[in-house]
Ligand binder design. Structure first.
Ligand SMILES: Nc1ncnc2c1ncn2[C@@H]1O[C@H](COP(=O)(O)OP(=O)(O)OP(=O)(O)O)[C@@H](O)[C@H]1O
Ligand SMILES: [Mg+2]
Length: 339
């Protein structure tokens, strides 16, 4: 018994920013999608959490790679190295982890057949005997608790690191959808640019991301106000250290133009949608998932723009892998969702 009373199956959310793995209904891997490799040997030097601090700090012999970019696989080799490395980490959680039988992997809905093939190969090289893929909006919807097979319209918006995907789902399929490359990474860049232009201070990607997570807002006025964020960096003009205190309203201003693109995309999907489904969505509300769902006031902003209630999925950063796990556990039932 013992070992064999557990399944060896994995649900994996292969994301631009984060990769998560569920094993036996538990999230056992939740790490940034980053690796650092030794340039000379092409060997893996660091992975996930351990590699993230390397970004922007590597010496000449090392290079950090984010294997996925803009919601697609940018580097096949790096993706495989990362996937294998992360699966190997499951060992540490207890008993021996033997090669898995089944894997369901969530992939960006913009993936081409070549990319899907590459992910499948990587998973097989990492020990999978049976690999199935699920597209991200469907996994997000399952993870948000939506009954994707119901004969009614449900809308999910997944705002990740590389892409924001808006999809209307009914009867187990995506009816109308739109994917834009405006998501977490762009918001981070907006903050870098804003602080350089407005305050003449240079900041790096990691600092900008921290600002986004702490005081990132979608509205200039919030009911619950986050505390100001104090940032120090070199002055663009003098290179001397300079400090500025950032208020969330200021960051809302910095993010506004990118968030408007999200508003527009959502309006577009609502406009293109069949009328019956539209009224279902008005009744059921819109669900937000992915890390971008945590931008303060985003649900209110979208609901103000559309007049439709907007709900944040429980633990939105993990909703997608949760949904992927639901597909894994009911793999026969949900075979029509899988590739
Ligand atoms: N509290 C927060 N506020 C704002 N943004 C956040 C917060 N927490 C995480 N994020 C952002 O969410 C993004 C990561 O979200 P997620 O893990 O859903 O993306 P992903 O699935 O890896 O990307 P993709 O789906 O595009 O492949 C990052 O850009 C991160 O900075
Ligand atoms: Mg994602």
């Amino acid at each position: 018994m013992g070992l064999f009373s557990f399944t060896q199956d994995l649900a994996i959310d292969l994301g631009t920013a984060n990769t998560l793995i569920v094993y036996n209904d538990e999230v056992v891997v939740d790490e940034p999608s980053v690796i650092a490799i030794d340039i000379q040997t092409n060997q893996l030097h660091a992975l996930g959490h351990a590699a993230k601090p390397y970004i922007g700090r590597t010496p000449n012999n090392l290079r950090t790679i984010r294997p996925l970019k803009d919601g697609v696989i940018a580097d096949f080799n790096a993706t495989e190295l990362m996937l294998k490395g992360l699966i190997r980490k499951i060992h540490t959680s207890g008993s021996l982890f033997s090669p898995s039988l089944k894997m369901v992997i969530c992939i960006p809905s913009g993936s081409t057949n070549v990319e899907i093939r590459a992910v499948r190969d990587s998973a097989e090289h990492a020990g999978a005997r049976e690999v199935a893929m699920i597209f991200e909006p469907m996994a997000a919807a399952l993870g948000a608790g939506i009954d994707v097979e119901a004969p009614e319209g449900n809308m999910i918006i997944d705002i990740g690191g590389g892409t924001s995907e808006i999809a209307c789902i009914s009867l187990g399929g995506i009816v109308t959808s739109k994917s834009i490359n405006v998501a977490g990474d762009v918001f981070t860049t907006d903050i870098i640019n804003y602080i350089r232009q407005q305050h003449n201070i240079r900041i790096g990607e990691r600092t900008a991301e921290e600002i986004k997570c702490k005081v990132g807002a979608a509205l200039p006025e919030l009911e619950v106000e986050p505390e100001d964020f104090v940032v120090t960096g070199p002055s663009v003009l003098t290179s001397l250290p300079q400090t500025v205190t950032l208020n969330y309203s200021e960051i809302a201003y910095a993010l506004d133009s990118s968030l408007s693109k999200l508003d527009e995309a959502l309006m577009q999907v609502l406009t293109d949608m069949p009328a019956e489904l539209y009224s279902d969505v008005v009744r059921n509300g819109i669900y937000l998932a992915g890390g971008g769902a945590l931008i303060k006031g985003l649900n209110k902003r979208l609901s103000d723009k559309t007049g439709i209630p907007v709900h944040i999925a429980e633990d939105p950063l993990r909703a997608i892998v949760r949904g992927t796990n639901i597909a894994l556990k009911n793999i026969n039932h949900f075979s029509f969702l899988l590739r």
